[in-house]
Ligand binder design. Sequence first.
Ligand SMILES: *Cc1c(COP(=O)(O)O)cnc(C)c1O
Length: 353
Amino acid sequence: MSRYWSDIVSKLQPYIAGEQPRIPGLVKLNTNENPYGPSPRALEAIGQATDDCLRLYPDPAATELRETIAARHGLTADEVFVGNGSDEVLAHAFQALLKHDLPLLYPDVTYSFYPTYSLLYGIEAIEIPVDDRFQIRLADYNRPCGAIIIPNPNAPTGIGQPLADIEVLVATHPDAVVVIDEAYVDFGGESAIPLISRYPNLLVIQTLSKSRSFAGLRVGFALGQRELIEALVRVKDSFNSYPLDRLAQVAATAAIQDEAWFETCRKKLIASRDHLVAELEALDFEVLPSQANFIFARHESRSGAALLAALRERNILVRLFAKPRIADFLRISIGTDEECAGLVSALKAILAA
Ligand SMILES: *Cc1c(COP(=O)(O)O)cnc(C)c1O
């Protein structure tokens, strides 16, 4: 608290990002980064754009990038909004589209930025409990509300929803904006993008941080009909005209165009995930069914905190959420096969001790 702060500041509950420690040799499985590098074509594009032009402001509308994303998904550029990471896109969506007289609905076990943004923008929110198998029950969202946001697949559980169920949710709430946060959809989920042409209340948000290996570049985007996109543009142009710099725009464009690299990396990751799940189940872990680049798992006889600490001693970092219902689950990002094997042998040693 400080007498210099505005009223809201002391009431905020800022999001706590996963650690980024600078420890050599650390196996970092805590923030869902992709173990494979970004597209070499994207890195080359950054090299080519790194010249005297950087004295000039970038295209405030990121036109080429938006056209590239639109073309990939059969949309038009005015149905695409881009921002500095999907966290920024989400923040604009909360302010522009999710604040109404009736409450915003989201799951009780979900991305912890949602309550943070709700507090920041003064949005009344109701958390809808997931069931005892940590599944989102979309029927529970049939209640008066101003808007709905859910990740699909959900985080940190990794559990996905079939597209048909998402369509029912969107169709039964024609007066409420429904945001589907698809940060992990490329690892086995079903995207709601094909529904956009039929539902003016649907906004789909994706990121280049996970499946395009570009967490360090900070690029995310939203797809929806023009009315929704215009709301985001109005907020963005009241906040920061240039959220994406020149290098981010060219690199993101090249990354989206490099389908071959994208396919190779995500298939490798899905195979590693399925292998790791089998190995952990053999060690008596309960692993929730994951369609993401991470798994959420607990052990029948060890607490999450004990496992986290023991792994950390062996230079392996995973994530834990000290929240009711999920405090014993470890969220483990999928690394290379070598990293996954290191994790499994560390866990074997820990459990044998
Ligand atoms: C990682 C993540 C994001 C945001 O990622 P950015 O790096 O800001 O693009 C958004 N939603 C969920 C559920 C995530 O896990």
